[in-house]
Ligand binder design. Structure first.
Ligand code: MRU
Length: 358
């Protein structure tokens, strides 16, 4: 509990929790119709949950994977050195669940480094296990604090009465709390700043309709759902003064990978002279990836496109291309909003400076 527990985001469902030695995970595929928490007890359960989008959103899959590692060693009987080997093995497997969001690899690297430090210190295994769980819980708790700061920084760019468009879900359901791109909406609500949010439906998996509209509406944020192909029309009417989205990976040059369709929204924003903001924690910035061309883009099953609404919506056998993400080039990004401040072009130097200040 902290000073922020009365926040507008307080009632957003938590996507991942550690309880009674297992991972309690909200099955986001079933939202908004059903609220079902699954009990995951093995790393493989977590791997499948990530792969099948039961948990999704860059920070949330990192948190889930960190707990997945803990599940892998919770009955380990050997010493801390052996435990570190096991941690590496489980982390390597969990890292194959999805390729684009760098938070997954960032969280797993943290778990591996912690396990190695415990082994180097000759920690007894029961204590090492407690410390590994504590590390996963820290990753989750830090994410909440980080997102609140992102929200505060983002809110400095918005003014009362503005219309703001978002794509996909970068909210509480994608993180430990608040979200990244949605954090300023919760803070605005708390502070009485009126923002009118437009949520893109976000084909093909509808994270905007099923998740963003759900969590913002439930919290009392003024949100209007539109289909993806309405964004240009809504912008042309003058209803949008800013776009804000989350991201799965920011390359060193400021190119940004996010949910498929984000690039199109950025092009539309440019055409209408609307600022296009990207909100993310430092754990989403990957200085080892030089540009967007180096970001692996996940391709998903064609059924997401041809059976997206519970019935077949295209002919049997038709070719389908289903990339889950696209890359928005840095020249379309007005600013990247992090917990350490707001970075504008030239991104290469600005992003590097964020880490130097660490
Ligand atoms: O395929 P998803 O639902 O995992 O994609 C999620 C996104 O693209 C989010 O915008 C991104 O992970 C940022 S979440 C704070």
């Amino acid at each position: 509990m902290n000073e922020h527990t009365t926040s507008a985001a307080a009632n957003v469902l938590q996507p991942v929790q550690w309880a009674d030695g297992a991972v309690k995970l909200l099955d986001q595929r079933l939202l908004p119709e059903e609220t079902v928490y699954l009990t995951l007890t093995t790393p493989q359960d977590v791997w499948e949950a990530i792969r099948e989008l039961k948990v999704r959103g860059a920070p949330a899959i990192g948190i889930a994977a960190a707990y997945g590692v803990v599940l892998g060693v919770r009955n380990y009987a050997g010493d801390a050195a052996g435990m570190a080997v096991e941690v590496r093995r489980h982390a390597e497997h969990l890292a194959t669940s999805r390729p684009t969001a760098v938070n997954l690899f960032w969280a797993l690297d943290r778990m591996k480094a912690k396990a190695q430090a415990l082994a180097d210190a000759g920690t007894v295994s029961a204590e090492a296990l407690r410390e590994l769980l504590a590390e996963a819980q820290r990753i989750q708790a830090e994410d909440e604090e980080t997102n609140r700061r992102i929200g505060e920084n983002a809110l400095t760019l918005f003014a009362d009465g503005m219309g703001v468009l978002t794509h996909c879900n970068a909210g509480g359901l994608a993180t430990s709390k608040y979200g990244t791109a949605l954090a300023p909406f919760y803070l605005a609500l708390e502070q009485g700043i009126r923002l009118k949010v437009f949520a893109d439906e976000t084909r093909p998996v509808l994270q905007g309709a099923r998740l963003t509209a759900f969590e913002l509406h439930q919290a009392g944020v003024d949100v209007t759902l539109i289909t993806d192909n309405m964004a240009a029309h809504v912008m042309s009417k003058g209803w949008i003064q800013a776009v804000i989205v989350g991201t799965d990976r920011v390359a060193a040059n400021g190119d940004v990978a996010n949910k498929i369709g984000t690039y199109g929204v950025a092009v539309l924003a440019k055409a209408h002279n609307i600022p296009f903001y990207v909100a993310c924690p430092l754990s989403t910035i990957d200085l080892s990836t030089k540009s967007g061309a180096d970001i692996p883009i996940e391709e998903r099953h064609p059924d997401e496109v041809v059976r997206g609404f519970g019935r077949r919506t295209a002919p049997e056998g038709v070719a389908v291309y289903n990339p889950a993400f696209d890359v928005t080039p840095n020249h379309l990004v007005t600013a990247i909003i992090t917990e350490k401040g707001i970075v504008r072009a030239p991104y290469e130097a600005g992003l590097r400076r964020l880490f130097e200040a660490e």
